[in-house]
Design a protein around this ligand. Structure first.
Ligand SMILES: Cc1cc2nc3c(=O)[nH]c(=O)nc-3n(C[C@H](O)[C@H](O)[C@H](O)COP(=O)(O)OP(=O)(O)OC[C@H]3O[C@@H](n4cnc5c(N)ncnc54)[C@H](O)[C@@H]3O)c2cc1C
Length: 310
């Protein structure tokens, strides 16, 4: 694995927070694709104030990004320059407020929020049970499944921007669209208030079970994958276009198109991020030449592929 040669020097330039700053932090093993290089410097803030002060004091020329459960990203092979922020335990609180509302920290996993809602007889969140991301990633991406989306239940989100300012924004102002929001790149979701509705344990449980069974039968969930690679288009689902263009089973190096669901790319064990991205680009060009439609990545490819790109 390649190291960032100036990572220690970068740490020296930073304000010393209460949380942990770690130079050359490997990311592949915790990402869903199991590929990619290191974060130049990883930051685990102790709490929201620690993070706010760190950002206030961060020199303007140093870049950063926040990652959630790494289920919708492809980290390129050289890794991510600058600071990578991971929200930990301080952002993992979850509670019921005012009857059927849920206030959740943004590092809480969607699955955990869904089980919490079940335990409290709050309906609306069964679809989160099968999405392997965190609340922060779900808001940024407007994650959805089974005709439900994050925007349908989100009341407001607490954000933190580069200048260290913490503020609340109503869901209606986030310009949610299919798998996107207008949350700026360097703005971090720290907590979220959701509206559920009164329901019953057995009803919610049955709903969750039927969603789980549907997913197990149609998606390669035990593989190293980033979920749906491309966004569905207005006229056709991405998988239909990929199938139509003869890409089912297509491969590049250790990456291949899933035979079970052809909008999923699989790391067969020895793929590099470059194999996965190259396969994605090959699919885009084949689909465009057969159908005239240009697929748009749903997965976010981040970082740099080689040292020369820095
Ligand atoms: C097997 C599988 C099945 C999937 N099924 C679905 C599905 O049915 N529906 C669906 O919508 N998605 C699905 N996905 C994709 C993915 O789980 C979702 O997009 C999820 O919301 C991403 O959350 P994450 O925490 O993993 O974010 P990451 O992958 O870590 O990051 C994704 C983006 O969100 C940003 N982000 C993460 N946390 C924060 C934060 N706190 N503040 C601001 N920005 C943040 C990151 O910077 C990045 O731009 C699937 C993925 C896999 C691997």
């Amino acid at each position: 694995m390649k190291l960032w040669p100036n990572a220690e020097l970068l740490v020296d330039k930073l304000h010393k927070p209460n949380g942990r700053l770690i130079p050359n932090y490997p990311l592949a093993s915790s990402s869903w694709f199991r590929v990619g290089g290191m974060a130049e410097v990883m930051f685990f803030p102790e709490d929201v104030h620690d993070l706010a002060i760190f950002l206030q004091k961060l020199p303007k020329d140093i870049s950063y990004c926040v990652l959630g459960n790494k289920s919708n990203i492809l980290i390129r092979d050289y890794g991510i320059p600058g600071i990578v922020i991971s929200l930990g335990k301080a952002f993992a609180t979850i509670e019921v407020v005012d009857g059927n509302k849920i206030l959740s920290g943004c590092s809480v996993l969607d699955k955990k929020l869904s089980s919490f809602a079940l335990q409290n007889n709050i309906g609306g969140f069964s679809f989160y049970n099968s999405i392997p991301g965190s609340v922060g990633g779900a808001i940024k991406m407007n994650a959805g499944a089974f005709d439900k989306e994050t925007k349908d239940f989100l009341i407001e989100v607490t954000l933190l921007d580069r200048s260290g300012i913490i503020y609340k924004v109503k869901s209606s102002l986030l310009d949610f669209k299919y798998r996107s929001s207008n949350i700026p790149k360097e703005t971090i979701c720290v907590s979220a208030l959701y509206q559920g509705y009164c329901s019953q344990y057995d009803k919610i449980y049955d709903e969750m079970l039927s969603m789980k069974n549907l997913r197990n039968s149609s998606q390669p969930l035990r593989e190293k994958t980033g979920g749906s690679t491309f966004k569905n288009t207005e006229s056709k689902k991405a998988w239909e276009l990929i199938e139509l263009s003869g890409c089912r089973g297509l491969s590049v190096g250790g990456a291949s198109v899933s035979k079970k669901h052809c909008n999923f790319i699989i790391n067969n064990g020895n793929a590099t991020a470059c194999d996965i991205e190259s396969l994605g680009k090959l699919i885009i060009s084949k689909v465009e030449s057969v159908t005239g439609i240009k697929l748009e990545w749903e997965i976010k490819c981040i970082g740099v592929g080689s040292k020369t790109e820095t």
